[in-house]
Design a protein around this ligand. Structure first.
Ligand code: NDP
Ligand code: GDR
Length: 378
């Protein structure tokens, strides 16, 4: 029997990932390579290497590599068109973004350009090269779209109310995906993903900041961890589970939007307690509001303090997702639970920090508001 144009195009298994050097990009690349895809990734030119998370997948260009990297940027239309024209991807995963919510308040215009208009550029690049009805498109949408709590748990039907320039930029991207699907019949979908973490998580997101600090405190290289709003609640899963969901979304014949979440929520405070407990330390909380401190119950030493510089101008207080549509239509389920996630991250950081020479990394600096030699407000 003859294959349809669509089936023949899909059978080529050629994927393009923007944001391949990020946490999700690295896990998604591993998954797609294991499924026989050729994976093309867009990387940004940088004065130092930014490919640490995917370097284990690199194969010399002379040896028929299945992962191929291209210089590019979501702000550069010509570049996107020429990459897509050259590789004619069957699947595009748009994971590239200025992804830090707090930083988006400092770099709001740039965040809008990359996270909002960037999605539009990529969709238009696919249309420009004549792949409108062939290439399947995944947009990295986010639970930050929900922002201020309207209802919980949050599902595909919950109204949006973003609370940051990041959330607002991602809202534009969400709707342009819906609009291009309805206007041009593009096979484009939004994955509305709740927070997902791993040992590869960027070091300035709260989970990794905590697990790295717990490891360094254990090793005697850091005294105290400074945090902002420890009462915020998040629905935290493992990134490896979530990239599986992304892929499943693009295997559907009918493109639709899906929430991926665990259906559980925990405070930052709880994450801190669990992370310290992994290495045998019980944290007791003392004091109130900005004076609150987390104290080692055995030694009386203060291990956690509040520093207002980490507060956001507007906060997302509570995220709790309802993944039932993904469970029903995609057969998707998270595999890693909260306790296992925290443990894997703490033990991962302990091993990584042990392997480092004495001085340690940026988060070891625990004195707030010293003259910074780096930007540390995240
Ligand atoms: P990361 O911050 O780890 O990775 C972001 C990636 O985007 C990096 O590869 C980065 O490159 C790249 N990037 C940044 N700016 C540009 C640009 N101008 N042009 C091209 N690429 C760029 O994010 P995650 O892996 O955690 O998240 C992946 C996507 O999913 C993001 O869009 C994020 O907003 C979204 N998301 C993430 C969630 C999470 O909990 N992790 C939840 C919901 C959505 P470089 O390495 O050079 O900086
Ligand atoms: P988030 O993740 O904003 O949810 O965005 P982050 O880990 O940065 O913050 C989670 C919560 O922790 C509070 N918090 C702190 N956050 C940071 N980074 N540093 C601190 O010191 C600190 N103290 C308390 C925050 O205020 C917040 O409430 C992530 C990103 O991956 C987005 O790209 C993605 O879209 C969403 O998750 C879903």
């Amino acid at each position: 029997m003859m294959m349809s144009d669509d089936a023949a195009f899909q059978a080529r298994k050629v994927a393009l990932i923007t944001g391949i050097t990020g946490q999700d990009g690295s896990y998604l690349t591993e998954l797609l390579l294991s499924k026989g895809y050729t994976v093309h990734g867009i990387i940004r030119r940088s004065s130092s290497f930014n490919t640490g998370r995917i370097s284990h997948l690199y194969v010399d260009g002379h040896e028929n590599p299945k992962m191929i990297l291209h210089y590019g940027d979501l702000t550069d239309t010509t570049n996107l068109v020429s990459i897509i024209a050259k590789i004619r991807p069957s699947e595009v995963y748009n994971l590239g973004a200025q992804s830090h919510v707090k930083v988006s308040f400092d770099m709001s215009e740039y965040t809008a350009d990359v996270d909002g208009t960037g999605a539009l550029r990529l969709l238009d690049a696919i249309r420009t090269v004549g792949l409108t009805h062939l290439t399947r498109f995944y947009q990295a949408s986010t639970s930050e779209l929900y922002g201020k709590v309207v209802e919980t748990p949050q599902s595909e039907k919950t109204p949006f109310y973003p609370r940051s320039p990041y959330g607002v930029a991602k809202l534009y991207a969400y709707w342009i995906v819906v609009n291009y699907r309805e206007s041009y019949g593009m096979k484009a979908c939004n994955g509305i993903l709740f927070n997902h973490e791993s040992p590869r998580r960027g070091e300035t997101f709260v989970t990794r900041k905590i697990t790295q600090a717990v490891a360094n405190i254990h090793l005697g290289r850091q005294k105290c961890l400074y945090l902002g709003n420890i009462n915020a609640q998040r629905d935290w899963g493992h990134a490896r589970d979530y990239v599986e969901g992304m892929w499943r979304m693009l295997q559907q014949e009918e493109p639709e939007d899906y929430v991926l979440a665990t259906g559980e929520t925990h405070t930052v405070r709880k994450f801190v307690e669990k992370a310290f407990r992994t290495l045998g330390v019980e944290i007791k909380w003392q004091g109130e509001a900005e004076e609150e401190a987390g104290v080692d119950a055995a030694t009386g030493e203060t291990r956690v303090r509040i520093d207002k510089q980490y507060y956001r101008p507007a906060e997302v207080e509570l995220l709790l997702g309802d993944p039932s549509k993904a469970r029903k239509n995609l057969g998707w389920e998270r595999k890693v639970d909260f306790d296992s996630l925290v443990k894997e991250m703490v033990l991962g950081d302990l091993a990584a920090e042990r392997a480092k020479p004495g001085t340690g990394s940026l988060n070891h600096m625990c004195q707030p508001r010293q003259t910074p030699t780096y930007v540390d407000q995240t």
